[in-house]
Every structure is written in C-alpha cells, then in structure tokens.
Write a protein that binds this ligand. Sequence first.
Ligand code: SER
Length: 576
Amino acid sequence: MDYFLVRKKFLEYFERQGHRVVSSSSLLPDDPSVLLTTAGVQQFKKYYTGELDPMRDFGGRRVASAQKCFRTSDIDEVGDDTHLTFFEMLGNFSFGDYLKEESIRFGYEFIVKELGVDVSRIEVSVFEGTDGVPRDEESFRIWREEMGIPEERIHFSGMEDNFWGPTGKNGPCGPTTEIYVDGIEVWNIVFNQFFCSGSREELLSGKASLENLSSPGVDTGMGLERLVTIINAKKSVYEVGPLQKIAEEIGGEVTEEREQRMIADHLRSALFLISDGVMPSNKEVGYVLRRLIRRVLARERKIPYEKIFEQIEGIYKGLYDLRAHEAFQVLTKERGKFEKSLGKGLREMASIMKIGAKEAFRLYESYGLSYEVIKDRGEGRLAFTRAEFDAEMEKHREVSKAGMEKKFGGHGLILDTGELKAGSEEEVKKVTRLHTATHLLQAALREVLGPEVKQAGSDITSERLRFDYAAPRKLTEEELRQVETWVRNMVSEDLLVSYEEMPIEEAKRTGALYFFKEKYPERVKVYYVGKSLDEAISKEFCGGPHVTHTGEVGEFQIVKDEAVGAGIRRIRAVVK
Ligand code: SER
C-alpha cells in the first residue's frame, strides 16, 4: 500500500471517528525548551493542561494529524535500514474525551481492518507500573478480552519503554501501550494522565513529580515511513514512499547505497528546515541544518541539487509548501563557505607532520575534511587506522548527542548516558578514561575471582568510577591488590580499544559480557581491548565512549571495596 494512501486512510478513518483533522505545525516548535518538533503531540500540549480550549479551537475534543518531525539523535546512523532525521508522524489525540477503551480499539481497527494486517502479526506492550503509577491492568484486559490478543503476545514493561514524555522542561506524560507488527514497534498510544513538573531525565532520576492533568486524554504517534515499510514487508525505510523516489534519483549520480540514502535523507530534511525558515549557522537549529548540508557536500559535488529539491517539492505538493528554489540558493551560499573552510583545512593539514586519529578528527570536525580526503592527501604522514578514526567520531557523537538531550530538558550535563555523567569537555575526557578503566576492572575481577563475577551497576562521574558486582565472596586485601595490578599492567601495555558493530545474536556468540538488566537493540557494539576481538582481554556490549588506547587511562587506583547488599559489592576507583 502506497505511502500517501496510508496517510490519507489514517486521516479519513479518524475523521469518521469524530476527529478534526489538524495541519502539521512547524518543525520549529512554539516551546523554547525544545529545539525541534519531535512528536505530533507537541503542538497540543496546552489542550491537556487546560491552558487552551479545544472546543473553541477545533469545535471538539478529538483531533488527528500527520506531523512533520525531526530527530537528530541518530544522525550518524542515517543511511542504514531504519534511521532517518525527518519523518511524518501520524497521530490521534483526545483532550478529556476518550481514554483506553476507544484508543485501543481505534488502533487495532486501523491496523487490522483498514490496512489489512493479519492479526497473527500483532503483539502489544503494556505498562508494568512503578512507584505511584499502577500496572495498567485495564489495557491488558482490553487487549486480551475485547481485541482477543492472546496473553503470550501481550508484554509488560516499565518506564523506559512504556511511559512517554514529557518533552521539554515539563508537560503532559503518562503510561503507554504499543502495537508491534512483526516484532517492530509501529504505534505508541500514550495515556496522558499526568503533568510532570520537570523534564523526562528529572522524572527518571526522581527529581520531578507527577500531578493529575486537568484534561487527561490520549496522544498517539505512528511513524509513517516505518509503518509503510512494515506493512509492505520491505526491509528499509528507504525502499518506500518519498525517500525511495529521492534515493533513486540520487542513485544516478552516487552508486554506494548507504551514501545515496544519507544524501536523500539530508536533502529532504534540509529542504523542510529551510522551508520552515531555518538558515545555516553555528548554533542550535541553524547548526543542525549546516551539518546536514555539509555532510552532503563533503561527499558529493556533482548532484543536480536544484533538480532534486524541485522533485521533493513536487512529491509533497498539496501537503506542504516547500521552497526548492530558496533551498538551492541557501545550499549554494553554504557551499561557498564550506569550500573556503576546506581550503583552510587542507593548508592546516599540510602543516601537520604526523596525523593521528585525534588530528584527523579535528580536521574533519573543524574544516569538514572527510576521512577519504585526509587519506588521499596525507600519504606518508598518516598514523591511524579507520577503527581509531571511527572511535574518535564515536566519542564525539556521544557528546553531541548528550548536548542535544540537554536541550530537550537535561540538567546542566553535556554528557549523560545514564552510566557516564560530565558537565564540561574536560570532564568528558575524564569520564571516558574512567569508563575504559571500568571495563578493565570488570575483566580483572573475573581474572581474580572467576567468571561468576557479574556486573550489577556502574556509575561514572569525573571524580571516580563506581562499579557494583555480584560475587560469590568478598575479595581479600591481597586479591584487591592483584585486581589493581592487573588493570595497571593492561594500562602500561597501551592496548588498542576499539569496537565492532554486529547483530545482537552474533555479539552474544563472541562471548562479550552484557548487562542482563538492560534491553539492547537489534545491532549492538562490542567494545574490546586488545589487538582484535578474538585476542581481546575484555569485550563488552557498550555504547562508548572509550579512549582509543589503554595508556590514556592513566594511573588506576582502587579506593574502596564495600558491601552494598546481599551478595553485591561496590568498588570505587580513580585514575590520575
Ligand atoms: N508522543 C508519543 C511519541 O512520540 C506518541 O505520539 O511516541
């Protein structure tokens, strides 16, 4: 079923169910605490809090929309099968009108009856409850008894997956139920019951509280690209809808598939941002746009940009007013600036005698020289591998991602992966060293105590690492020294720290350690210490960042080993 047909069917279906169809709002939200529109619900926040009256604005309490959305957090993954920056999100919303019963029925009916998806392909998830918010028995009952979904296809999960929001510094939020087709989440149905006094991060860390909303209701969101991919049994979001057409057009000029897709995604996103009034700059949204354009220009000069922009404008005609001509002018101007910067970068590069991964990354980051350009022009002076360059990129990526998260309502940290926390670039360097030290520590504990040692928690600040582990017994003084010495020896050997990315099942077969409590995506990174994954002295599922060689960790010292619960011990250590 075609992309635009699914879109149309969705809006018509909800119109028949008494919803007013509302146009998409701008990608630039009317909320200073949020950088970009990331969900359909954003333009409707005030209808749940009672600040705005839906009767006055929509003549009712039910609306539906197809909303332009933009998510920057996975920008470096764009071009694989599933990631993109811009997408449309379909959603239906109730402001103090229907709740669980109807929203679940609408969701089920649309997927099964309107789209014709076989019921056997469907699974759902339901909120399992947390302090102060009970397990969602009602949704469970509706799915099982009224929709007839067998119990084994209804899964419970917690705050991470089945509790949405808020966006920005505070706002509506609540438990969710999700619809999965062929094991992939397609629809998120949020029961907006609460107003959260702080950001999502503050809520998760216990620093924000929940109050009942004045107009509790429903907010749902379904990524259109992903939905169309799944119902058409395609493998990639780049094989359907507008993206497929754009990628095809670019395919005439660029042969590598991942590049084609990345360029298609970025050009579409750039056009949408420019049409919403964004100009390239060095900060916030302007910087997002600048990065998108430069990432494309760094790879491809020969694309007929004007024609591609016009084609995209045509695809969305009647739905969005896109400004292809203006986008082309912006791109041309940006190209001039970029080329100047590249020239500077090449001159800078000429002055470096030995180019290591760090210098290479700086050339990339400050002047836009790509890995390929550095490789071509730096012959004889290069002292890094692709893996080291990638590791450097990765380190940076975690930092910029955290910066974005901060913008979406963090608390003064520039890096916060949950495990690692840092407030400045200096601290990022420190926690990165401590992070690699934590991997070495776990390996050392297993060397000394045996493989029964299991990670139970890890928390890293710029001051220290804190590692909780389940162990059969307490370490003696002597053994503690052995652990410390083992880590120090590995540091003095200055071993390579690198990673390989692979499907989760394959990763498990490598024998890499992983944390049972955590949910991992389909593809994971396995960080290892040593010449190769086979010869590694440490391998763990991990998102990074890490140093590139153990020598960077510095002097490792255990400062405390104590009990924190039955069978659980906690080590604190520092690096100097
Ligand atoms: N706001 C929720 C989401 O973005 C549902 O629309 O997933």
